[in-house]
Write a protein that binds this ligand. Sequence first.
Ligand code: ADP
Length: 485
Amino acid sequence: MTIKILSIASEAVPLIKTGGLADVAGALPAAVAPHGVEMTTILPGYPAVMKALSRPRALHTWDSLLGEKARLVSGKIDGHPLLVVDAPAFFQRDGGPYVDGAGRDWADNWRRFAAFSRAAADVAGGAVKGRKFDLAHAHDWQAAMALAYLRFAPPEAGSRIPSVMTIHNMAFQGHYGADLFPALALPPQAFAMDGVEYHGGVGFLKAGLEAASAITTVSPTYAREIRTPEFGMGLEGLILSRHGQVHGIVNGIDTTQWNPEADPALKAKFGVKSLAKRDANKRALEAEFALEPGDGPIFVVISRLTWQKGIDVLLECIDHLVGIGGRLALLGSGDRAMENAFHAAAMRHPGKVAVRIGYDEALSHRMQAGGDAILVPSRFEPCGLTQLYGLAYGCVPVVARTGGLADTVIDANLAAVMGGVATGVQFDGVHYAALADAITRTVTLYWQRDTWRAIQRAAMKTDFSWNRSGKAYADLYASLIAETP
Ligand code: ADP
């Protein structure tokens, strides 16, 4: 029997993306399909999403969706069923899904995503004729209120269904003042400690976590970390109290996009059995970044330039990295002061340090294929994708031991090297001494050429495709549905 899931997300590739959430929401339908799950995705009708619909047909209309007219239209996303909440007053705007053209959050984001969530709850709860779902799966704070609506104000025709709330990044929680509660159109009892109330205000993610039958996050280590104040960011108590229902499922990578044997972006395609061909990519990377040619290791960084990613500590370590014979190529954008500091470092170390500010998907592929090691010194990392691409491309990950980085990389300690299972380098604590030491260890390992090759091979053989994670989600859905009377 096929089970039917409504996946509620504010972004999904290939239609709309600002971060890792879009990759996961976009990949899930295909990942769970082999395990007897039909997943329908529901998205807000941003201009990019509406444009991608061919001849949208209205399945349902709302005269007042939190005060605005809206309709539900259907389409396809990568061949899987798609529903779109077409509410022009909320979503037909230039700019990003969450920010205006100047990069400022839309002032009415709370109303936009409460309205999207209200619509999704109606759909999940069976208010739309001909559409029935066995479970609702909400992603992040933008979709979390759907589970609160299902709990406190389900559609009249609806039946009770179980639900899953996934946290992609605990740093974004959707906190607002209590003054907006009346506008959410929830019954008064919803404004309670175990409901949508959060420290006297309203918490969207918190409301979803309270309402969900099960909670997932994107790695087992992050699932444990968010029980502590440092990572839980105010929700650690809730997570701890529900720890029996909290699961960590690591994201997969799209192996059609990220396969070094068939990647059109590369100078030379290569595989685990033809690692020598990788060298042509290293020479091409030197040329592209105007790095001095040489035999020594090239470290690469592909990242948002933010405090979360430990980029400030990386900046402190650049002189050390160059001092022991390393070179560095960085691609990223974000914090202006960090961007400027990297430009300054490149001026200080011409031919040794090179920087590209911006977002460039194809270049990121060439860097993974030509770099020797990828640095990921994140302070917290719910799952992380760049280290998974590094593994697949034999670009050895050098990572902080946190979240998904801890779960996906095997540190090259003596036992792991002797056993031939090491896939990277891990370090504890994101500060100068720890990262500098990890860089030194990496350079030492690099010059032990046979050991380095073995690490690259073990890395490339690691399977982080969606197969395993798709089954984990499908099993969770099935168990929750079986438990629901
Ligand atoms: P996060 O979602 O926190 O930014 P992840 O590692 O989970 O971190 O995902 C980041 C994704 O964005 C990866 O696919 C990475 O390759 C990509 N990425 C980040 N910065 C850039 C950039 N400047 N150019 C190209 N790709 C980038």
